[in-house]
Design a protein around this ligand. Sequence first.
Ligand SMILES: Nc1ncnc2c1ncn2[C@@H]1O[C@H](COP(=O)(O)OP(=O)(O)O)[C@@H](O)[C@H]1O
Ligand SMILES: [Mg+2]
Length: 371
Amino acid sequence: MPTPPPDRHPSRQDQPRLQVAGLTRAFGGRPVVDDVSLSVAAGQVTCLLGPSGCGKSTTLRMIAGVEQPDTGTIRIDGTEVCRPGLSLPPEARSVGLMFQDFALFPHLSVAQNVAFGLSGDKAAKAARVGELLERVNLAGYGDKHPHQLSGGEQQRVALARALAPRPRVMLMDEPFSGLDNRLRDGIRDATLDLLKEEGTAVLLVTHEPDEAMRMADEIALMRGGRIVQRGAPYNIYNAPVDKAAAAFFSDINVIRGTSRGALTDTPFGAFLTPGHADGGEVEIVIRPQHLKIDFDRGGRGPNPTVADGTPARGLVQRARYLGRESLVEFRMDHDGSILTASVPGVFLPKTGTALWLMIRRDRCFVFPVSR
Ligand SMILES: Nc1ncnc2c1ncn2[C@@H]1O[C@H](COP(=O)(O)OP(=O)(O)O)[C@@H](O)[C@H]1O
Ligand SMILES: [Mg+2]
């Protein structure tokens, strides 16, 4: 068993490593980061996830100290590194940075790159460099120069360089987006293992839900400068706060209805919609994998269970095989709307085939219609 690294920055159990409160920044009068609060514990990975332009990088840059907030505070291990009237420079914050263009110093060797931020005696530096190069599978690469390495190897050197001084907090901005798809999953996993071993607190910015689901202990979902939901990947995926949050992770189907007496009637039967005003319009949101397909049993229709509600009939519009799953689009008899179901494996019914759809009650989300 590898021995855990010495923790140069023991943090109190009850205190998050990184604590951000009320961070706000406007450019030209337009708020780009709006009252962002989050915290990350040592050894944890939080992914700041959101569409391009929502303010993720600006948030990260303020935490790094290369951009100044208008208001808000940033604490690292309980110590304020930024508040109105005070801002420690990046090098005084004990943060490691890894950005998309993880530019290595081209004139320095791999070992010199990794040693760049290290202080202390030569032997200790060399030991730390050797340890990290081995850890990122680049033992023996110390004397090479960046241009002699592949993109994936350069990325690993950048990771080793950022981690070498044992930063309290590691800030990563789309660190895998420059890598080709085939390499990415392996590098993500190896990176995650190393980050966990080092025990630093990680804030990782990404616009890819898959990456966040794969990497994060906690996801902070960001939109228009604000964090709209925080939680474990499971909770964010299975209990989205609104329709847009649901749609950020997969295609969705939406069925509209009107709530009366805590029930909403639809062609798929009644749905419980407690907490929605009488006469209030609601949207029932279903991911494609939670639409259940059934066959017409000799003209008698399907055999639904209570949990499935009422089946509604549709005609196959299009069926596509995507490898892990098949995606089938239906035009529904009752209103001509299109619903999409996904089925594991191969399922390619002919266009025009009549099938019945049911909706798993335990897997749909109900939201008030937002205008
Ligand atoms: N220095 C700046 N001056 C003016 N606008 C900026 C500046 N930095 C970022 N922005 C704007 O702020 C918004 C959020 O940017 P950014 O934080 O980079 O988003 P993300 O990383 O989520 O894609 C964008 O509309 C961007 O154009
Ligand atoms: Mg960005």
